[in-house]
Design a protein around this ligand. Sequence first.
Ligand code: ADP
Ligand code: MG
Length: 325
Amino acid sequence: MSQSSTSQTPESSIVPAIEIKGLKKTYAASKKAPAKTALHGVDLVIPRGSIFGLLGPNGAGKSTMINILAGLVNKTEGTAKICGFDIDTETRSARASIGIVPQEIAMDVFFTPFQALELQAGYYGVPKSERRSMEILEALGLADKRDAYVRQLSGGMKRRLLIAKALVHNPPVLILDEPTAGVDIELRRQLWAYVEKLHAAGTTIILTTHYLEEAEALCDRIAIIHQGNIVANEPKSTLLARLDKKVLRISPVEPLTALPDALSDLNAKLDHDGHIVIEYRSGTDSVTGMLNRVKDSGVSIADLRTEEADLEDVFMALTYAGDAE
Ligand code: ADP
Ligand code: MG
C-alpha cells in the first residue's frame, strides 16, 4: 500500500499522524470477567494537521486504542504507526512523536508541578537547555502553582498538569483521552481554547469523547467507534449532515387508520396512535412544505412536534446491520 520512501516527497504530505491496520485487542478472562474483545480489527488513518475526534459511548474501545498507541496496553493483533514509526519496531521514535493525556488522573503527588515536568522531560531525554517547563506551566495557567504540591491542586489543575506533562517533549501529535469528562464549563472552555492554540501552532490533535457537542465544537474530522468497530469516519460537516435527521410528529384531529396516498412519497408512516411520523432533514426539507402537503391530503392537524435524533439513535442507525452483541 504505502510507497517506498522517495527522498523528494515532503514527508508531512504523505505520512499520516496515525495509521492503524487490523488492530485487535482481546482482554484476557479474569476470575471476575470473561475475555472481552475491545477492538475488532480496526483500520484508521488520521491525517496530520487535523483536530480529530474519536467519538463513542462508554466501553466503545476508545481508551484501549489510545493506550495501545501509548504503549500502555499490548495489542492482540494488527499494526500501528505514529508519524510513520511502527510502535513495535520503531518504538522510541513512535513514543517521541506523541504526547498522551490519559483519561484517569493518576499522578505522583510528591512532586511540585515544576518538578513533575522536569522529571517527565528527563524520561524523554530532553536536554536541560531545551526544556520549556515554565513556558508550558504558564500556557496552562499553572505558573503560580509551580512550587505547590500536586496533592494540593484542584481536579481541574491536575488535569491541566497532565496536559502539560504530555507536552514536555514537544510532540507533533497530542492525544487527549476524554479531556473534559467531569470538568466544569469554565475549565472546559479554557482547555478547548488551549487545544485550538496548539493546533494552530501545528500540532495534530486527537481527542476521544462521548460528547457529540465536544467533537462538534472542536474537530474537523470525526470517527465514530461503537463496540470496538469504527462505524463512521468522515469530515465533520458530512457527519453532521448525517446527524441532521429529524422527526416531525403530527397528531390529526381524528386518529388515522391509513396514511393518505397523497403522502406516499414523503418519508412518512403511521404510529400506533394514528399519528403521522415523518423523517426529514432540517437542512434540506421544509417543515412548512410538509405541513401543507398533509393539510392538502385532507388531514386536520390538532398538534405537532419535532424530535431530533440523538447520538444513541445515530449509533443504532450506523450499527444496525451486523451487530455481534
Ligand atoms: P472507552 O474508553 O471507549 O470507554 P475502553 O477502551 O475503556 O472503552 O473499554 C472497552 C471495553 O474493554 C469495555 O468493555 C471495557 O470493560 C473493556 N476493558 C477495558 N479495559 C479492560 C481491562 N484492563 N481488562 C478487561 N477489560 C477491559
Ligand atoms: Mg475511555
